[in-house]
Design a binder for this molecule. Sequence first.
Ligand SMILES: Nc1ncnc2c1ncn2[C@@H]1O[C@H](COP(=O)(O)OP(=O)(O)OP(=O)(O)O)[C@@H](O)[C@H]1O
Ligand SMILES: [Mg+2]
Length: 351
Amino acid sequence: MLNILKKLRKSSDTFGLDIGTSAVKAVQIKSGSVTGMASVGLPADTIADGSIRDTQAVADAIKEAVVKAGIGGLEAAIAVCGRELIIKKVQIPEVPARDVHDVVMLEAEHHIPFAIDEVFIDHHTLGRSSGQMDVILVAVKKSKVNEYMAVVDQAGFNPLIVDVDGFALGNQWELNFPSEAREAVALIDIGAAIMKTNVVRGGATIFARDIPFGGNNYTQAIAQRLNISFQQAEDAKLGKDVGVKWETLVPPLEAISRELSLEVQRTFDYFASTAESERIGKIVLAGGCAQLPGLNEYLASNWGIPVELARPFERIEVAPAYAEEAAAMAPALAVAVGLGLRRSGDKEQSK
Ligand SMILES: Nc1ncnc2c1ncn2[C@@H]1O[C@H](COP(=O)(O)OP(=O)(O)OP(=O)(O)O)[C@@H](O)[C@H]1O
Ligand SMILES: [Mg+2]
């Protein structure tokens, strides 16, 4: 868990606000039950490459999502992802807990391609052995955090917690499947534009990586191949009747799934180079793209390990009012659920 912003005030009715490339999703969870949930789509190019191009449109979508969800609170837990985020496992000499932060700050300079005063830094300790400590270092551009906070503020809400998509994914996984904490599991959220990977074991992140790849790659390939607009291609991909036969989509879909599998392979190779002889037991797919028909079977046959769809509501009660949406788009709501579970101060409490 992460809170890039260390605010001390405690809040009990924070809601999760997932500002994604294709939609804004708001989820409020109180005492293990969903008490508000809604998703509002964003027009194409409102957010591109993870950067907000039209702040007013995003602010309006946030307001609309919160109203639609029936959420009363003002305090939001949001997350960032993508290129301006660096997550790395680093080794530092063993030092007392109170000194870890200072040592991590010094070490960070060697691992971050940005000036140290341009980033917020956070960390969590994985373990200590023979005079060394393994630490997960998280650095995110301040400008990115400020951009996302500003749009929440513009919508009239208070961005009390700023997390990372991948960690929010881990947060809901831990709550929903605590008994599976022993084997390394690759949680992969494939959104419209960014694929976030968080490899967890024993309740902790041991590796994380974001890459620019997602559902838009499929949509663009369809649009190009069939010479139709992005919107038509998107509708066709979602099985809406726009006069495009599903068979004609198969070649571009297959081509992009092959690319996606290669991207997953690169991520796993990179993981293998950082973690000695660690084996990934299974993949859990989240994000809207996880629902692409056949994708999980395809990845499972490529990888020879089980590939499941995320079930963010496994241990969370869902009132009938939200049941349909929760069932229809569960994998796409995983990050929002993970954020909805966050409370200010919980990082400090969990130590
Ligand atoms: N049933 C489905 N079949 C195929 N693709 C789907 C389906 N449902 C949603 N998608 C795709 O999932 C993507 C949206 O997923 P999601 O809501 O997780 O993304 P996001 O959070 O907006 O984006 P990001 O996290 O990348 O910023 C879109 O590309 C959409 O076309
Ligand atoms: Mg997303």
